[in-house]
Design a protein around this ligand. Structure first.
Ligand code: 13P
Ligand code: SF4
Length: 322
């Protein structure tokens, strides 16, 4: 519509004017992903967002996603201005892992290597030996296990449990969860699979074990998109945030994509397969971030001593992935 068109044109202009680039996650709304693509930005998973932001020559990054993604960008690129459409977009994994409690958990097990998911605050990252995203978590834990290390894993218990099962590593799990993926239900998925017997099931490992067990492919958002291009099935039942359908459908235009069922309707469904915080990233909020006279609503800051500490485990991840 007219208003959206106006915002899009304004943002394009501002990105040029401010030497800024838009970095968006696959879970943001399609109009945000399309704008990132059209303006030379990136649409990707958490790992690639971090890498892209660090390597891009722009002096300002607009990170459309959730707070930990903006913080990661700032930790990796302190010389850049990092803006977010809103600083209120958080993540249930981040919220459910306060640094004081998590530190106490780590202190109680000093002989364990601390591996945290990227979906955490800068302070939790600073307490960790390793940061991982879902696309590389399995390989990092395999590596640490082969060195005989015991692992504290936080905060996603489903992803941690999946990795533990796959690697057999000695792991202590923090009991956090993602409000989106935790809602996928195995029983309803079984029923859906009866309706679509030829469909392959693609599952993000933040989902419960009973759902992961039914998967034909398990992986990060970018790995699930790759799987859709590799598997021969005519349909895919997809258990992750529905924002991914935009890029996945582009990748496999001839295939039918079906949402995996979530638990309930209305009040009983906390998220219904779309992250409420990712949904806060609108065109208007991006335009506001680029024009604001109140940068404290949009600009990401990480205290320098904390930043340097959090940089170590993040750099370890990027070097391992390279
Ligand atoms: P990936 O894109 O790294 O798979 O992460 C998913 C996620 O939870 C982002 O919120
Ligand atoms: Fe966090 Fe889940 Fe939202 Fe990702 S989808 S930001 S893991 S709550």
């Amino acid at each position: 519509d007219v208003e959206k068109h106006r915002y899009r044109e304004q943002i394009k202009q501002l990105l040029k004017q401010e030497n800024a680039v838009l970095v968006a996650h696959y879970y943001t709304d399609p109009e945000i992903q399309a704008l990132a693509e059209a303006t030379g930005g990136c649409v990707s998973d958490s790992l690639e967002m971090a890498r892209f932001g660090k390597e891009h020559p722009a002096t300002t990054l607009i990170v459309a996603g959730v707070k930990f993604m903006g913080e990661t960008a700032k930790i990796l690129s302190p010389e850049k201005t990092v803006l977010m459409p809103t600083l209120e977009a958080t993540c249930s994994l981040d919220v459910g892992c306060p640094v004081d409690d998590f530190s106490a958990f780590c202190d109680a097990h000093p002989d364990y290597t601390v591996v945290v998911y990227a979906n955490t605050s800068a302070a939790v990252k600073a307490r960790a030996d390793w940061v991982v995203t879902s696309s590389i978590a399995l390989e990092v834990v395999e590596h640490l296990d082969s060195l005989g290390e015991k692992i504290i894993w936080g905060p996603d218990r489903h992803l941690g449990g999946y990795i533990q099962k796959q690697t057999g590593a000695d792991m202590l799990l923090w009991q956090g969860e993602c409000v989106v993926h935790d809602e996928f239900k195995a029983n309803a998925l079984r029923q859906l699979k009866i309706q679509y017997p030829d469909a392959a099931i693609l599952v993000h490992p933040e989902s419960p074990a009973s759902v992961v067990e039914m998967a034909d492919a398990v992986g990060s958002t970018s790995q699930l998109i790759s799987a859709s291009q590799t598997l021969p099935n005519p349909q895919f039942i997809v258990a992750t945030d529905k924002g991914i359908f935009y890029k996945m459908q582009q990748a496999v235009p001839g295939k039918q994509l079906i949402e995996a069922p979530t638990g309930g309707q209305g009040a009983t469904c906390r998220s219904c397969a779309h992250c409420p915080w990712m949904a806060m990233n609108g065109l208007r909020a991006i335009a506001d971030a680029l024009t604001t006279t109140q940068p404290h609503n949009h600009e990401v800051f990480v205290e320098e001593a904390l930043r340097q500490q959090a940089l170590l485990p993040l750099t370890r991840m990027l070097n391992f992935a390279a």
